[in-house]
Design a protein around this ligand. Structure first.
Ligand code: AMP
Length: 219
């Protein structure tokens, strides 16, 4: 059973890779952003507290994210998991260490899917997202006069924050925020860096190979 943290800057494709890995290895993929959006949609106390921060693109207070993660991981019991978007700071990384200790679990690896700023800018500039189901496409996959989602028929749009200048800023903020977290996992011997350049399929093979090399007995 794998217990993984997955990290990567905007445009690294880490969420897509995480979802594929979760499907293939039977793991639960937990995205804090998605979990928080669900809490907001359900109008829970936690969701109401988180909403104003999310609306302004700020991180929610660490205690909220930590409480949500503790509850979710405690309820998972015997399933392996991939954490996507958490931890995002040293206090969260230390909280996660404590949560896992309390639950008698251990992380196997913290994986960084690494891409250059230029690759991130180029990838996100060509990204289209379905407004209804959030499925992602690239310009090359969609005819210019057919801006609809193949999965649900929803309209395809570009995200405002995929603009190159904004991507460069998000990229810098991500690295500044995550550097100490990656060092924290490096010190614990858990950091695995996977080259995120190239096709989705290439990166996926690299990701699996890097993990299996750490634990050859596998899944
Ligand atoms: P994302 O889907 O990762 O872009 O996250 C969407 C929003 O959820 C962020 O802008 C934050 O407000 C919040 N969020 C996601 N992950 C965390 C986290 N680990 N700590 C605090 N806030 C978070």
């Amino acid at each position: 059973m794998w217990h993984l943290v997955l990290a990567g800057p905007p445009g690294s494709g880490k969420s897509t890779q995480g979802q594929h890995l979760a499907e293939e290895w039977g793991l639960v993929s937990l995205s804090t952003g998605q979990m928080l959006r669900d809490e907001v949609a359900r109008g829970t106390a936690l969701g109401r507290e988180a909403e104003p921060y999310m609306a302004h693109g700020q991180l929610v207070p660490p205690q909220l994210a930590n409480d949500l993660m503790r509850e979710t991981l405690a309820a998972l019991k015997d399933r392996g998991f991939i954490l996507d978007g958490y931890p995002r700071s040293i206090p969260q990384a230390k909280a996660l260490d404590q949560i896992l200790r309390d639950l008698g679990l251990r992380l196997d690896a913290a994986v960084l899917v690494d891409v250059s700023e230029e690759t991130a800018v180029a990838r996100l500039a060509s990204r289209l997202v379905c407004v209804s189901c959030r499925a992602g496409y690239t310009d090359a996959e969609v005819a210019a006069d057919q801006m609809t989602c193949r999965a649900c028929g929803g309209q395809l749009v570009r995200r405002n924050d995929d603009d190159p200048a904004v991507v460069r800023e998000r990229f810098k903020v991500y690295h500044a925020e995550m550097q100490p977290v990656l060092e924290h996992y490096g010190e614990q011997g858990l950091l695995v860096v996977v080259d995120g350049q190239g096709t989705q399929a290439d990166v996926f093979e690299r990701l699996k190979a890097a993990l299996l090399a750490r634990r050859p007995q596998g899944v």
